[in-house]
Design a protein around this ligand. Structure first.
Ligand code: PGA
Length: 244
């Protein structure tokens, strides 16, 4: 595990609270901080908690900048399954963050290379990511960085693994509608964040949690690279910790 801190919590609701504590702390100490955000079901209790805490006056998002991990290739920002839409619905529309201070890779980019470079450049211009939130896929993917022979560096286009398309088909009418490609921050982009929080809940994630943090570091399990990051907190519920 090296530097990784494992925070074991009871359930998804407690995960949301503990993760929100870390966001609250970061934003209090650096109001214009840059946060890296993730989609998926796992972060939802955290996003609900952040919305509540801003309503209660505990957090102020008005100066915060955010960069999302990934987006489906070919989906417009207003497509209900796009990650831009997900972020608007589940967080951005309910907090004071300024629209111009939120970025998500452009699913409709015509010049993919230019879009990916501009994405990296924007994060760099903001001074880099202070706090990066991550979920994890059943195959160990972070963002949409799937198991490969090497760790991809920067924001780039990826083919989605079958296991990922299967896991995500619950949001679409059929498997045929699930995009086959996406844009994602690279492993290098993620590893450059100064602080990382990974949230993991559910028994179906127990095996990948164990593999990622208690097994060898290998691009076949992309999340395992986090063992080499100096400041990672894994917040996992009892079900996800059941094999430890
Ligand atoms: P989930 O997705 O939170 O919906 O399980 C996580 C991921 O695929 O990164």
């Amino acid at each position: 595990m090296l530097h990784v801190k494992l925070l074991k919590v009871k359930d998804p609701a407690e995960m949301g609270k503990r993760a929100a504590d870390l966001f609250e702390e970061m934003i209090a100490s650096k109001p214009a901080c840059v946060i890296g955000l993730a989609t998926g079901s796992t972060p939802l209790p955290l996003y609900r908690e952040l919305i509540e805490r801003e309503k209660a006056g505990r957090i102020d998002f008005s100066k915060v900048r955010s960069a999302n991990l990934d987006e489906y290739k070919g989906l417009a920002p207003d497509h209900p399954q796009s990650y831009r839409y997900f972020m608007q619905e589940n967080l951005f529309n309910h907090i004071s963050i300024k629209p111009e201070n939120t970025i998500v890779p452009d699913g409709l980019a015509e010049d993919v290379q230019a879009m990916c470079s501009a994405y990296e450049a924007q994060i760099e211009e903001w001074g880099g990511v202070d706090l990066q939130l991550l979920g994890i896929g059943h195959d160990g993917h972070i963002g949409f960085n799937e198991p490969e022979e090497t760790f991809p560096g920067m924001t780039h286009e990826v083919e989605l693994a079958d296991i990922t398309r299967q896991a995500n088909k619950r949001f679409f009418n059929s498997i045929g509608e699930v995009p086959t490609a996406a844009y994602t921050m690279g492993i290098g982009t993620v590893m450059a964040a100064r602080k990382i929080i990974m949230v993991i809940t559910g028994a179906d994630k127990a095996e990948i949690l164990k593999k990622s943090f208690f097994g060898p570091v290998t691009p076949e399990v992309p999340a395992s690279i986090l063992q080499f990051h100096p400041d990672v907190t894994v917040i996992a519920d009892e079900a996800a910790c059941s094999l430890l």
